[in-house]
Design a protein. Sequence first.
Length: 172
Amino acid sequence: MTERVLLQQLRTAGYKVTPAREAVLRVIAQEGEHLDPAEILRRAQKIYPAIGRATVYRTLELLTQLNIVRPIYVGEHGPTYIRAQGGHHHLVCSNCGTVIDFEQCVADQMATELAERFGFQIQSHLLEFYGQCAACQVPPCGSKQPGSDSAGRCDSESPPSTVGRKYLDRNK
């Protein structure tokens, strides 16, 4: 969705387009996916240096209410924001927090069936699968090998990190 379309959605809903709101919308239009409020603030300050953290949070709350963006919660680090339109799909590693975006969606047929069955107008969806990424599936060395610890890992292996999220876009 273009910046112009996002700005028009704000105007149509009866809200003023302030320089701060425009900066946040520009960041969302340009970057689009998986932005946390701190990153949105950092990028918006390059566009409009006077913008503050509270303004970013208020703007994100407004944009969420207007169904322009939506927060997603993966892991323990608070929300990241994505555009609300269309579908969004993740594979989420429950071990290390890696998030893999993918486009292959079989939910469209289900969405059509659900809309017809319940008389529901579906505008978007979020599909997430949880499990272990390839890196976290590496089998341990085993306790019989010299140099392995009580968990069966080799000296060169370390336990999976749970610090932060890593987003991988498998669509490119």
